[in-house]
Design a protein around this ligand. Structure first.
Ligand SMILES: Cc1ncc(C[n+]2csc(CCOP(=O)(O)OP(=O)(O)O)c2C)c(N)n1
Ligand SMILES: [Mg+2]
Length: 273
């Protein structure tokens, strides 16, 4: 793989990623398109620009760590990892099939290059903090990135972790909240409102940024600011649209966990381009 800072090149990878997401979920006839599509720019910018990693040497001790805590959005993770060369692209069509490495949630038993198995929401930030403490103790330059869902952060375990990292001055961990404002069966504001979300993370001691999570240049700037911030962890609130890139899925709670039909796939592919 080649990494790039070029926004046009990253945008082209995002289009490929969106196509692969809707294709693999349609083939599986089940899965989570909405939260996969909202996280595309976040994941592509991380894997193809920000992360220091080597797909040919996935357990390189000095690598940066990345955890998709909202594991149900694994189609975006699988697509990006495959494009990087960690795993086969041609098997993406076997998403959710028995025996496939691409299970319905990311599983290190099938993909050893993953840092953690996820899908039981609420655990990823705690796992990431443990890894970031470990790499720091070992004197490694590694940074750890954790992607959280907005519905996910209603879990109490998140706030225990949120309290811990600033107390330990952990400037080697970054969490990104995919703030698409929709959880499993509705809008967060109608189920358990998160506002004022930026103030909450700030009050817990995080350097906190609020950006457009589909703006690749804004993501690049936010990750650079996080790396330059010393003595505290950074939380990036990435304002996103659930289902981004496919008009009938955008901001529509129905497509949290419903696969497109064959007709819908064709329409989606036309729109993604
Ligand atoms: C502990 C736990 N409870 C419930 C679920 C079922 N579940 C899967 S996705 C989801 C909603 C997550 O919403 P959000 O974090 O906003 O994800 P996104 O919008 O990014 O898809 C729920 C409740 C789960 N996976 N884990
Ligand atoms: Mg959400």
């Amino acid at each position: 793989m080649t990494q790039t800072k070029n926004v046009e090149e990253l945008a082209a990878i995002c289009r490929t990623t969106r196509r692969q997401i809707v294709e693999m979920i349609t083939a599986a006839k089940s899965g989570h398109p909405g939260g996969s599509l909202s996280a595309v720019e976040i994941m592509v910018t991380l894997y193809f620009d920000v992360l220091r990693h080597d797909p040919a040497n996935p357990h390189w001790p000095d690598r940066d760590r990345i955890i998709l805590s909202k594991g149900h959005a694994c189609p975006v993770l699988y697509s990006v990892m495959a494009q990087c060369g960690y795993t086969p692209v041609d098997e993406l069509k076997n998403l959710r099939k028995i025996g496939s490495i691409y299970q319905g949630h990311p599983d290190v038993r099938f993909i050893p290059a993953l840092e953690a198995s996820t899908g039981s929401l609420g655990q990823g930030l705690s796992i990431g903090i443990g890894m970031a403490l470990g790499t720091k103790l070992d004197g490694r330059p590694s940074r750890t990135y954790v992607i959280l869902g907005d519905g996910e952060i209603q879990e109490g375990q998140i706030w225990e972790a949120a309290m811990f990292a600033p107390y330990h001055k952990m400037d080697n961990i970054v969490c990104i909240v995919d703030y698409n404002r929709i959880q499993l069966d509705g809008f967060t504001k109608d189920i358990l409102d998160l506002e004022p979300l930026t103030d909450k993370w700030k009050a817990f001691g995080w350097h906190t940024l609020s950006i457009d999570g589909h703006d690749i240049a804004a993501l690049q700037a936010a990750f650079a600011e996080a790396e330059a911030t010393k003595g505290k962890p950074t939380c990036i609130i990435a304002n996103t649209v659930k289902g981004k890139g496919v008009s009938f899925m955008e901001n529509n709670p129905k497509y949290h966990g419903v696969a497109p039909t064959q007709d819908e796939l064709e329409k989606a592919l036309q729109e993604i381009g």
